[in-house]
Design a protein around this ligand. Structure first.
Ligand code: PMV
Length: 319
């Protein structure tokens, strides 16, 4: 019998292109320096646990259905035997906030795909398997989260009709300090995407214009002509205004963005589907980033650690 098997995968921060990506525009994102780790200890039955404490916290029923899905994906990929060897106690530990918009489910799927596939499997195969696994959590996942988790780095994703997964080109970003975190989510991604769809039906011209402008911003960043934290920050703030006009921001998010800008951030926006959720600010250097972070911590947003919010953290980006 095999011993314990471990794999880790990072989370992601979506930078530009959310919602516009649903209508064919590119999306830009970066993998985080925080990871989710899976440790599998063979046992007769599958079970999920979370936490690095002993005894760890067992996930309740809803995730139990994941295992038949995992076995079906492994079988389709010709990895049924390997999956059988792995069956057991899946212990998840993470310094990546869970369910806060940072791709924790994609990281889980990326780590499991690495355990299921041979060590020399091409990354595209790992991505493809992670994507299929993620369907359990997201129904129709775009492939961006698993792409950033499996491929790493900063990337631009472009969608084509003929391929299931988008093209994922490495992207060079200007040097900047990013402050990111998350507010509690008021609406799900599915609800927010549907709300934008209804808005497009009710007001095709106005909504199309907003989506076109959001897409143009993502295109600008993707073209690598954005060279400097100040341009990146300005584009973030412009995108935030458009996302607000699209109806996917929220009052707490708007207040938080103002607080960050007042504390000296160059620009900031929500990240991902919105309705609360993840956000980021672009700052000019570490000192400025720390000031913004302190201001956000002081700003009472009414979040608790268990409601899907995440305390602000710093990420350095650059070529
Ligand atoms: O909040 P997230 O990570 O689920 O981001 C969703 C991004 C959308 O563009 C709103 C949807 C998508 O699938 O591209």
């Amino acid at each position: 019998m095999m011993g314990r098997q471990t794999a880790a995968a990072p989370g992601k921060l979506l930078l530009f292109g959310e919602h516009a990506a649903v209508y064919g525009y590119p999306a830009v994102g970066i993998s985080l320096d925080r990871t989710l780790t899976v440790e599998v200890a063979p046992e007769a039955e599958w079970r999920f646990c979370f936490g690095d404490r002993a005894p760890c916290e067992e996930f309740d029923g809803e995730y139990g259905d994941f295992f038949p899905h995992l076995e079906a994906v492994a079988r389709d990929a010709g990895r049924a035997e390997r999956c059988g060897e792995l069956r057991g106690h899946v212990l998840i530990s993470s310094d990546l906030p869970i369910a806060a918009g940072f791709g924790s489910s994609a990281a889980l799927c990326g780590a499991l795909a690495r355990l299921l596939l041979p060590g020399n499997a091409p990354v595209d195969e790992i991505w493809s398997m992670a994507h299929r696994l993620e369907e359990f959590f997201h129904g129709t996942a775009s492939g961006i989260d698993t792409g950033l988790s499996v491929l790493g780095g900063s990337r631009v994703f472009r969608f084509t009709r003929d391929r299931e997964l988008p093209e994922a080109r490495p992207l060079s970003l200007p040097e900047a300090t990013i402050v990111y975190g998350a507010l509690p989510r008021e609406r799900t991604t599915r609800e927010l995407v549907a709300a934008v769809g209804r808005r497009l039906e009710d007001n095709p011209r106005g909504t199309r214009e907003i989506l076109d402008r959001l897409g143009a911003i993502a295109d600008d960043v993707a073209s690598e002509t954005v060279w400097g934290a100040s341009t990146l920050g300005e584009l973030a703030s412009r995108a935030q205004e458009l996302l607000r006009d699209l109806g996917v921001s929220s009052d707490p998010m708007d207040r938080l963005i103002s607080a960050g800008l007042d504390a000296g951030a160059i620009g900031g926006k929500l990240s991902g589907a919105g309705g609360g959720g993840a956000y980021f600010f672009v700052c000019d250097g570490l000192e400025s980033g720390r000031r913004v972070m302190t201001a956000l911590q002081r700003n009472d947003t009414g979040c608790t650690a268990t409601d899907g919010s995440a305390a602000p953290a710093i990420l350095r980006i650059g070529p």
